[in-house]
Structures are given as C-alpha cells and as structure tokens.
Design a protein around this ligand. Sequence first.
Ligand SMILES: NC(=O)c1ccc[n+]([C@@H]2O[C@H](COP(=O)([O-])OP(=O)(O)OC[C@H]3O[C@@H](n4cnc5c(N)ncnc54)[C@H](O)[C@@H]3O)[C@@H](O)[C@H]2O)c1
Length: 249
Amino acid sequence: MGLLADRVAVVTGGGDIGAAVVSALCQHGADVTVWDRHPQVLEGLPEGVAGRVVDVTSDSAIASATDAMIDARGRIDVLVNTAGILTSAAVAEMSTDRWHQTIEVNLSGVFRCCRAVVPPMIKRGSGSIVNISSTGGLRGAADHGHYCASKFGVIGLSESLALEVGQHGIRVNCICPGAVSSEMNTAMLTAMAGSNGSSYEAVEESIIGKTALRRLVEPADVANAAVFLASDLSSCITGIALPVSGGLF
Ligand SMILES: NC(=O)c1ccc[n+]([C@@H]2O[C@H](COP(=O)([O-])OP(=O)(O)OC[C@H]3O[C@@H](n4cnc5c(N)ncnc54)[C@H](O)[C@@H]3O)[C@@H](O)[C@H]2O)c1
C-alpha cells in the first residue's frame, strides 16, 4: 500500500514542479486531478490522472471544480497549490498591473483554492494542504518584489489557516523551493544575466555556489517533500515552511 493509497488529491498547476508532484502522488497511490489554466498542459497528463481547465483567479471556476470533485470522488483529501507565475521588475519600474497580476495568481489563487476545499475537508474531519511558496517567500530578491511579496503572503496565509483548521484534523504547510531546474528558473536566470550584464552560465554557477549542496533543486526533490507533507508521515506537522533548496542561505 502506498503512503497516499485511496487519497483524493487536487494539484493546481501542471508545470515542471506540478508534473513532478502529480507523478510522485500517483506513485504513492493517490487519485490525482490537475487544475490548470492551459488546456495543453492537461493534454500531457499521465494516464489515470484527471484534468480540468481552472484559472485560479476565478472564484466561479474553482467553486465548480470543487463541486465536481465532491460529486465525482466524494471528497478532497489533499490539495497541492503549485500554480504560479514569475516575472522580473524593479519596484520603481513596476506597473500596477504586473504587481496585481502576480499577487492575484500566486497569493489570491492559493487563498481561493484553500477556501474552496476547507469546508469539505472540515466535513470529513481530515485533510492536508501543501502550498508551494519559495525561498523568495523567506527573503527578498532584487527585481522580484512582487513575486517575493506573493510568496511571503502564501506563508502567512498558510500559518493562519493552519491555526484555524487544525482542530478539524486539517494540516496546512508550505514548501519553499530554491532554484529548481525548470523553465521558470531558466527565465529568471536569463533575466538576471541580462540585468547584470553577465552570462547565463555565470549566474547559474553563482546560485549553485551559494547552496550548501552545490546543486540546483530537481522538481522531484520538491515532489518528495510534497508526498511527505501530504501523507500521514507528517501527521503532527502543520504551519511550517519547509525549504527544499539544497541549503540556500
Ligand atoms: N521553478 C522554480 O525554480 C521555483 C522556485 C521556487 C518556487 N517555485 C514555485 O513553484 C510553483 C511551480 O513552479 P514551476 O516551476 O512548476 O512553474 P511552471 O511555470 O512550469 O508551472 C506553473 C503552472 O501554473 C499554471 N498557471 C499559471 N497561472 C495559472 C492560473 N491563473 N490558473 C491556473 N494555473 C495557472 C501554468 O499554466 C503552469 O502549468 C510556482 O508557484 C512557483 O512560483 C518555482
């Protein structure tokens, strides 16, 4: 029996990290549904994984998707929020639209999905929510004020929700990935290289050099932490923000 046998899970965002989380949850026996804004992401899902087009900025889309899960599966045991966006801009040059868009997806999207699944979890008396924040949610980063604000916010939201729902057997935790080998990280390093006037390789080397383990994080490293936090292995752990960063200080 897997660690997540018979658990019904929703994963928002089917990108590099989301796909690894989906695969790890399935490996441990979960019945997984992915919510993503882009239909093409859902077309590439592994066999047996359900998908639904859901934009996490839409209250009505999330409410309908939650109702559909309850109708079809009877419950949601696990929610992993990975949907997110990353752009680069210095605060002094940032448009209000860019600020709002980042907060809307990365923070309000997590809020909306948590708000939707908590009532059925309370009804059942159990549940585990895993929110993907970032090491950018633990300390600021130049040109990423909007992103860091959203990720700090995810941790504050998760700690607060953990205090509200712990009495109902529901746990809420965050994972803070460092620099993950992924398209999102490639885009960030490219932007950093552009603004520093250095090469992509030099920026990547400098980030790797700041990690204790001298390596980038793999999506599977984040997925393994998600399995731990979703499963009963972490049954006495709630309200934490777990860095999965290779030791990025
Ligand atoms: N990649 C990294 O280095 C890294 C590091 C730290 C934290 N993170 C966080 O991990 C999470 C996943 O990152 P990733 O590397 O897999 O990114 P990704 O861009 O590969 O995947 C993000 C997914 O979210 C979906 N999405 C975006 N906006 C959405 C919306 N409004 N509604 C529904 N779905 C939406 C996208 O379609 C995409 O499939 C993000 O929250 C990101 O901030 C990533």
